[in-house]
Ligand binder design. Sequence first.
Ligand SMILES: N[C@@H](CCC(=O)N[C@@H](CS)C(=O)NCC(=O)O)C(=O)O
Length: 199
Amino acid sequence: MITLYEFPLSGNCHKVRLLLSLLNLDYRSIQVNGNEKQQKSAEFIKLNPFGQVPVLTDGNFTIRDSQAILVYLAKKYDEDHWLSTDAEGLAEIVSWLSTASNEVALGPNRLRLHYKFGRAIDVEAAQQTTLVLFDILEQHLKKNNWLATGRVTIADVAIYPYVALASEGKFNLQPYTAIGRWMDRIKALPGYVSMPGMS
Ligand SMILES: N[C@@H](CCC(=O)N[C@@H](CS)C(=O)NCC(=O)O)C(=O)O
């Protein structure tokens, strides 16, 4: 039995929900109470010492971090489609997983944390990171339908949520037409699920 510990409004949790649904996998969702800081409780710290969601358990196996969870699910349940078996393809995918952990987290994710949830951040730095990120994505997606390997992979799933939630961080997606068409392709995938705030 797969269990996902999550916050309903987290983009990092959404990417896991999205892949579970695209893979048509059954799972149990456990909502962690962020207002009560349940993710920092002694019980939860046993699952993830960083005290953060998402965490996924599959039988006796426990894994933290949304990117690592995507790798696990893709490798375990459908390697050929969502991951890559060759060195070049795998490296391309991992380069975008790293972008999700770095530029996406420091850019659109932070802007949303600030404008939607009131987190104090360096707004100018987050806006600059977001502008650079969106420009790189736009140029890449003008020439490619998908982020890595020429077909849909977990690279797209990892980057998608905070791009689709960018307007909640007061970032205007309108000028980015290639990103818009990529988001439409993701929304058309069988099993696609959305979440509140996604454009
Ligand atoms: N690199 C981690 C980041 C996880 C993360 O930032 N989780 C947030 C929700 S999106 C969280 O649990 N925040 C509550 C906290 O840090 O106490 C991942 O990709 O899963």
